[in-house]
Design a protein around this ligand. Structure first.
Ligand code: HEM
Length: 348
């Protein structure tokens, strides 16, 4: 019996020894694996050029990378508004930068640049005068409806332009001049103005297209007008029909750029109705760039219709222009109109 107990004890001690050895071996293997892992990490860091010391901004670097790679961070929501699932949209930062920096900077250059060019042109060329003076006889250039359409579109556009410029430049320019509180009130009214006047502007665009498209289609006279520099330089006045090539450019800019402004404006006015967040950003960028471009173009139009050319404003004021003005600036159109009126006058 005692012998049997002795044998069991020896067996027990032997197995204890084996377990201890296995544990020691495992410990050594784990230590070695850990050392190899640390070594590999340091080697990888050294290879990637990253500092081996603790880098407190490392997590933000990873965040940037994550955003870039995932494109957007979108989760899951159970509320009806699924857009709330997008927590972070990296393009939003680009969009914000465009609105805070790019648009005011280049928009400012474009608008001030155009005013500078017009001032320079005025100083060099002066007002374009009628060489033979006024004849005292007039012909109808635009009837009541055409003038109504013009002024409907023009007045809405000017107010839309001013209230739009307030969005781009107002916060920088106005508070130091009129104070924060007046600026807030003004901006609120500017916003109402901007939203509601979009309707008459769009209606005006559609009517303009209908009543003037036939006189604004390109034709062979345009090439002659272009090769003569439009009569802007020198004292020559190239022959032109009802609208010369410069006016056709204005017309098509108003229709196409104005059309883009209107369409993108309605997308913005009804947020997320027609598109998603990226679409809203594209619409906003298109709206603001097209708006600034058309304002710059309209500066030139207003200049030539008022200060720049003697007798031009009457066309949209009273609707009648002097016969000498018509013969000088729109000779082909004047010939046609005078031929029509001489046919209508009964022979004496
Ligand atoms: C104070 C502002 C404005 C003045 C004094 C003015 C003046 C004029 C005049 C005098 C004409 C007739 C030119 C001719 O007899 O051939 C005209 C035509 C026209 N206006 Fe205006 N305008 C103004 C604003 C606007 C605005 C804001 C728009 C559009 C957004 C516009 C669009 C047009 C178009 C499309 C024509 C026909 C094509 C052309 O003559 O260029 N105008 N304007």
């Amino acid at each position: 019996m005692a012998k049997a107990l002795e044998g069991t004890d020896a067996l027990y001690r032997r197995s204890e020894e084996i377990v201890l050895r296995i544990c020691l071996l495992c410990g050594r293997i784990a230590t070695m694996a850990w050392l190899v892992l640390i070594g590999a990490t340091f080697a990888a860091q050294a290879q990637s050029g990253q500092p081996q010391s603790v880098n407190p901004t490392a997590s933000s670097v990873h965040e940037q990378q994550l955003l870039r790679e995932l494109d957007r961070v979108t989760g899951r929501v159970t509320i009806p508004d699924k857009r709330a699932a997008t927590l972070i949209q990296p393009e939003g930062r680009e969009w914000r930068r465009f609105n805070v920096t790019t648009l005011p900077t280049y928009g400012g250059y474009a608008l001030l640049g155009m005013l500078g060019v017009l001032l320079l042109f005025y100083l060099l060329r002066g007002k374009i005068r009628l060489e033979n003076g006024f004849s005292g006889r007039t012909i109808v250039r635009f009837g009541g409806f055409s003038r109504f359409v013009h002024w409907l579109t023009a007045i809405s556009f000017i107010l839309l332009g001013l209230s739009g410029l307030n969005v781009v430049f107002g916060r920088t320019v106005l508070p130091p001049l009129i104070g924060e509180s007046a600026f807030a009130t003004l901006s609120q009214w500017a916003k109402y103005t901007h939203n509601y006047l979009s309707v008459p502007f769009t209606v005006g665009l559609v009517f303009m297209l209908v009543i003037w498209i036939k006189d604004n289609l390109p034709n062979a006279n345009d090439l002659k007008w272009i090769s003569a520099g439009g009569g802007l330089v020198g004292s020559q006045h190239p022959a032109a029909g009802r609208f010369n090539f410069g006016q056709k450019l204005i017309f098509w800019s108003v229709i196409l750029v104005g059309g883009l402004i209107a369409a993108s404006g309605y997308v913005l006015m009804f947020p997320f109705y027609a598109t998603n967040i990226e679409g809203m950003q594209v619409a906003q960028i298109a709206h603001s760039v097209a708006g600034v471009v058309l304002i710059a173009i309209i500066f030139a139009h207003i200049y030539i219709g008022t200060l720049g050319m003697e007798g031009a404003f009457d066309a949209m004021g009273s609707g009648e222009v002097d016969v000498n003005w018509a013969k000088t600036h729109h000779s082909l159109w004047a010939e046609q109109e005078l031929a029509k009126s001489s046919q209508a006058t009964p022979a004496e």
